[in-house]
Design a protein. Structure first.
Length: 374
């Protein structure tokens, strides 16, 4: 299967997006820092979904197997290879903590837990998150995955531990980066919502790229179209799970009607943000759910690609809906579009380059040839 067609589509579009977005970010960074840092945080949170979801899929496959990996592996490798870019992209956030987090201001200890929400401890936790993620990325990309000398059991064990570390670190990152924007608000399920949204984001982009290679899948035979259907089924499952946990949080907080929690939703249901909430629900759940529930649609590259595009748009709106209402004096502006264009364009450029060159060949485990276990 050639990677050239998808690279030809990505390269110039990604480069143009990067240049235009980068110019906008430079202008905003020097002229309007109050608008730049919330937009950049949203861009980083959104774009991290691509490598983290790909990493999760590789680790899960080490445990469960499945023939779909034969089609997905080159795209997953390229997605994981973008993690260093996302890591470097987080550095401006560390330099702009004062523009983002009220608890970082002098004398703001009364707003929240003074021990946990402290600059030094916050930065140390962020370093730990990225060390874990990049370490797991090296393991996923470089560790041989064959069954010589019974290595499959060891790989499954290591990947299981990696999934636990990944789950805990992503949950704590969600609390630190998004939830602490409103230090008086707390949700025990938000880490799961954040992780489900990130996984849904990255998986939608991976499946979108595979679906756009539809003619190549047809030439290679029906088995690869079945792989696309399997991946579309996983995407449907993650979409349902995200909608479930997101609605559960909303329902519980709305029924409790606590003064410390309900303002978080009231702020996001006022003005234009109410329309954004409805758009996220429609494009991020209802439409993909109704389409992908019909089994033949999962074998159509065009239909699956359309659903993936809807989900990606909804996830971006969802991230903006999480973050930007905490900055009512700034709100939504062209700066937010410039931030996602700059970082998204750069990551797509790296993603497309690795997908095109195939610089990260990874041997498939033998269990992938045998199908799922159990």
């Amino acid at each position: 299967m050639s990677n050239r067609p998808i690279w030809a589509r990505l390269r110039w579009a990604a480069l143009a997006t990067l240049v235009l977005g980068g110019v906008g970010c430079v202008v905003a960074g020097f002229g309007d820092a109050a608008a730049f840092f919330p937009g950049w945080l949203a861009a980083v949170v959104f774009c991290l979904g691509l490598p983290l979801a790909a990493l999760t899929l590789v680790l899960l496959h080490d445990l469960t197997g499945g023939r779909w990996m034969e089609t997905a592996r080159p795209v997953l490798d390229a997605a994981i290879a973008t993690l260093p870019i996302a890591t470097l992209a987080f550095l401006p956030i560390l330099g702009g903590l004062g523009h983002l987090y009220r608890w970082s201001h002098p004398g703001a200890a009364a707003l929240a837990n003074a021990f946990y929400l402290e600059r030094g401890f916050f930065i140390a936790r962020c370093v730990v998150y990225f060390v874990i993620w990049n370490g797991l990325a090296v393991y996923a990309l470089r560790w041989p995955r064959d069954d010589r000398n019974g290595a499959a059991a060891a790989i499954a064990w290591a990947s299981g531990v990696g999934l636990v570390l990944l789950g805990f670190s992503v949950s704590f990152a969600a609390i630190d980066w998004v939830l602490s924007l409103a230090p008086s608000f707390w949700s025990s399920v938000f880490g799961m919502i954040f992780g489900a949204g990130a996984f849904n984001t990255g998986l939608a982009l991976v499946v979108l790229v595979i679906a756009l290679r539809g003619p190549a899948l047809v030439r290679l035979g029906p088995v690869h179209r079945e792989h696309l259907a399997d991946l579309a089924s996983i995407l449907l499952a993650t979409t349902i799970f995200w909608a479930y946990v997101e609605f559960c949080q909303f329902l519980i907080i709305w029924e409790e009607n606590l003064h410390s929690e309900i303002p978080w939703y009231l702020q996001r249901m006022a003005g234009a943000w109410r329309g954004v909430m409805y758009a996220v629900a429609a494009a991020g759940f209802f439409l993909p759910f109704l389409v992908l529930l019909w089994h033949p649609s999962k074998r159509s590259g065009a239909i699956v690609a359309g659903c993936c595009a809807l989900i990606l748009a909804a996830r971006l709106l969802n991230v903006w809906w999480w973050i930007l209402p905490e900055f009512p004096e700034v709100g939504f502006s062209w700066v937010d579009i410039a931030c996602i264009a700059a970082l998204g364009g750069l990551m797509m450029l790296v993603f497309g380059q690795y997908l095109h060159t195939g610089r990260l060949p990874t041997p498939l485990p033998r269990v992938a040839e045998e199908g799922p276990r159990g």
